[in-house]
Design a protein around this ligand. Structure first.
Ligand code: ZN
Length: 91
């Protein structure tokens, strides 16, 4: 699976029990809680690449595998190209 933040295809993701763990050549490593993933899906959000990488960089100074939780929802932004079911609303 590609990176949960930047969709880099060379990233590795794995199920971490509390959510998804990711190892990305560009973002580094970290975890995202299942609750946050579910909320992002529900609200059609995605992690902002710049803010998330900065957050990870700061957290990794004290925690080698920081976890993003629902309380970190401010790292998210609206998903740009939502590929939901076609509604015929556009045009
Ligand atoms: Zn990445």
């Amino acid at each position: 699976m590609s990176c949960l933040i930047c969709e880099n295809p060379f990233a590795r993701t794995l199920c971490a029990g509390v959510g998804q763990e990711f190892h990305c050549p560009e973002c580094g490593q970290g975890r995202i809680s299942q609750e946050l993933l579910s909320l992002m899906m529900l609200l059609n959000l995605q992690l902002d690449i710049g803010r998330s990488r900065q957050w990870l960089k700061e957290r990794r100074q004290t925690d080698p595998l920081p976890i993003m939780r629902v309380s970190d929802i401010l790292l998210c932004c609206a998903a740009k190209d939502a590929t939901g079911p076609a509604t015929g609303a556009e045009g």
